[in-house]
Ligand binder design. Structure first.
Ligand code: ADP
Ligand code: MG
Length: 240
């Protein structure tokens, strides 16, 4: 569903993605972990082409990411992205946040988009907030709205970049629950997170990045219980 082949990215002299190759299968949940600055966000942003790459190739559902234009917009619509900061449109109701892209990009009829949006809000447990503005919601509710907004586009893959890092601790669980249920429903997901409990529960595969490289990847049980590299061992010692 997502394929990266020998992807390289520099910021000036800094080599932030070093020959990254990664294949994510349909319905697979890949959790990306690693120290701050290891290139996890850049990887996510490259997959959505919010960031250009210097060399290598990225494919979504078998199609190479186009450089720009309508083809890029189409492919990007297949990739849902949820950020640390909720990034909802502040001056639109929650319902409008969910219907804007489907009506404009997918040309879905408003009534259909609204019905779908209400079903999604119900699924993430905030149907009662449909007509509120984002600022009237808690952080956990805003992030669940952001997930619902991404799902409203019927993405083929969902990318999460530290979706719970900006939340008060008591709100982390409600967002992770939504992600766990999405995973169990078969969504293809790439999740950058420091929530090791989530990784153990929901990941099919854990990818450990350090200094722009994929250092190791394994099932969660193998990765957490018997990390293969010193770098992974010291990372785990720092977060667990
Ligand atoms: P992570 O998400 O793992 O913390 P990032 O992908 O955000 O890592 O960053 C990887 C490295 O690239 C860091 O050293 C960061 O400072 C640098 N970096 C990220 N974005 C930019 C940018 N737009 N310009 C210059 N350097 C950047
Ligand atoms: Mg990051």
């Amino acid at each position: 569903m997502v394929g990266l082949e020998s992807v390289n990215k520099h910021f000036g002299d800094l080599h932030v993605l070093k020959d990254i190759s990664l294949e994510v299968q349909p319905r697979e949940v890949v959790v990306v972990v690693g120290p701050s600055g290891s290139g996890k966000s850049t990887l996510c942003r490259a997959i959505n082409r919010l960031e250009t790459i210097d060399s290598g190739e990225i494919r979504i559902d078998g199609k190479k990411l186009p450089e720009e234009g309508a083809a890029l917009a189409d492919l990007r619509a297949d990739v849902g992205m949820v950020f640390q900061s909720f990034n909802l449109f502040a001056h639109r109701t929650v319902l409008d946040n969910l219907t804007l892209a489907p009506t404009r990009v997918r040309k879905t009829k408003r009534a259909v988009a609204e019905a779908e949006a209400m079903a999604l809000l119900d699924r993430v447990g905030i149907a009662g907030k449909a007509h509120h503005l984002p600022a009237q919601l808690s952080g956990g509710q805003q992030q669940r709205a952001a997930i619902a907004r991404a799902l409203a586009m019927h993405p083929k893959v969902m990318l999460f970049d530290e979706p719970t890092s900006a939340l008060d601790p008591e709100m982390v669980g409600e967002v992770l629950e939504v992600m766990v249920s999405l995973a169990s429903e078969g969504m293809t997901m790439i999740v950058v997170t420091h929530e090791m409990g989530f990784a153990r529960r929901a990941a099919d595969r854990v990818v450990f990045m350090d200094a722009g490289q994929i250092v190791e990847q394994n099932t969660p049980a193998e990765f957490f219980d018997s990390p293969q590299t010193e770098r992974a061992r010291s990372f785990l010692a720092s977060v667990l």
